[in-house]
Every structure is written in structure tokens, then in C-alpha cells.
Design a protein around this ligand. Sequence first.
Ligand SMILES: [Fe+2]
Length: 251
Amino acid sequence: MKGVYGKPYICMDPYVNIQQLKDISKDIHYGIGKAHAHIRLNYGIENHEEYTDDIRGAYNYWRDKETDPKLKQYGAELEKTDAVGFHYWLMYQYPVYEALNYLVIREFDRCINAPCVPYDANKKPMYDCRWTEASKYFPTLVDWAKELPFEPLGPIILLLKNSGLKTIRHRDCFLQMEPYEQEEHFIWFDPMNDRSLYVENGDEKIHMKPGNSFYWNNHDWHGGLENTNKVSWSMRIEGIFNKELVAQLKQ
Ligand SMILES: [Fe+2]
């Protein structure tokens, strides 16, 4: 296991304002409702080329193996004109059940599905970041996020999950099949206490608890311990931790 600052994971609750995030959860639910037209299926964020039985697998099949000209054309039309429509079409055409939808609040200066890698804490940021159209439905979340200990603040993604599913076991190796050396900073938030994530140390699954926000090395295998029993949301916020935070995490 690679770990972070010599630990398998770090609960980030002492370094962020979790109570305020809990307090604005009603605003976030209202925002999810109002931003519904921006909700997309997840096939691009983590670039999981190896998946076969989810929306990414459907996308790969259509792109690489589909021979029916009509289906090639339907997909190409939708991909160009309507991202949400394209993802729903893939889901029904191939057919796949996708656990995770996402709402992008802040992204690099390109579509979140465009090939890219996270910021590296030891290098100058390679992309600028922008607030999305959807972010205007989340004013209190945007204000809250601006106070987080990132410099700079990177992408913000709400992860919307259906009921009865667990987070698939995976490693996040952006654009690559194997882990690589890059220090990627992020905080994963679960303010409603709906999820149960683990990170693996060899054969051992280490449950990340207690707490509502965590940082771990996303090149280590991780996933969900238990199925969800209701719809739920969590949030991933990336960036580069500021110097004060890094000093505290190293202690
Ligand atoms: Fe992940």
C-alpha cells in the first residue's frame, strides 16, 4: 500500500468545516433538483478503461467494436450534441446499469470527460479551473468550498449513487492502467454518513471511519464495504493542499 504521509488514510474532519457542509445539505438537495438537466452518467472522470460491464464498458464497446452503421451514427450524433442523451442511449442500447451519476460543480478548463490527470502537488498546476453552469444552483456550496485548505482549488464533483449498490473495487490511475508516482490531493466527503469505504493494505480491507471526510492514496485499491440502502450523494474535491495543511498532515 502506498498510503498518505505514512498512514493508510487520514480523516479530514479536523481540517474542514464539516458542520457547515451538513448545515447546507438542504441547499445541496435543492440544487441537485434544479440542476437535474446537467446530471451525467459516469464514464470519464476516472478513466477506467478496463471496465467492461458498466457505462464505460458500453462506451468502449460502441467506440471500438460496434459494426452496425446505424448504431455508430446514433452514438456519434448524440456524443456531439447531447452528453446526457449520449450516456442514456449507451445505457439502454448495450444495456448497462450504472450506479453512479455525477454533477460537476467545478472542472478543469475542459469537459470533465476530456482526457486529463489530476494536479500533482509537486508540480505547477497544468490546467486552470472553472465553475460550471451547474454550479450556479449551488451558491452556498461554492462559498463553502472556497474556504477549503486548497491552493489552488481544483475540480468538485457530486457523486450521486442509486440504492442497493456498493462502490466498485478500483484504483484511480488516470489515463494509465497501473499506479504512477504523482502526489494527488483530494478530499472525499460523505456528510450524510451514507457510505462505507475501505482502502486495502495487502489482503486487509481497512474501513475508513469514523468521520465524514477522508483522504487516501487513490492509487491504492479502494471500494465500498456495504451496499447502499437508499439513494445518496458524496463529493470529491481536488486541488493542492495548502502549506499549513500539509504541515499538519505530516505531524
Ligand atoms: Fe476512486
